[in-house]
Design a protein around this ligand. Structure first.
Ligand code: ZN
Length: 54
C-alpha cells in the first residue's frame, strides 16, 4: 500500500501531493537494501522538499 503525502518545495514553493511507500514498505525496502523512492518537485525537479503545506 502507498499513502498520499503532501509536500511543499523548498526551492520554488510549489505544492503537490504524491504517493509514497507506507511505513511497512519502507522497512521492507530497507531490509532488502533497496533504495526508498526519492520524491522530487514536479516543477523544478529539486529534492529539497518538506512534508506538509502549512
Ligand atoms: Zn520546486
Amino acid at each position: 500500500m502507498t499513502e498520499m503525502v503532501r509536500f511543499r518545495c523548498q526551492n520554488c514553493g510549489y505544492r503537490f501531493d504524491t504517493e509514497v511507500l507506507d511505513e511497512a514498505e519502507r522497512r521492507e525496502a530497507r531490509r532488502l537494501d533497496r533504495p526508498t523512492s526519492a520524491v522530487h518537485c514536479p516543477q523544478c525537479h529539486r529534492t529539497d522538499i518538506r512534508r506538509g503545506w502549512e
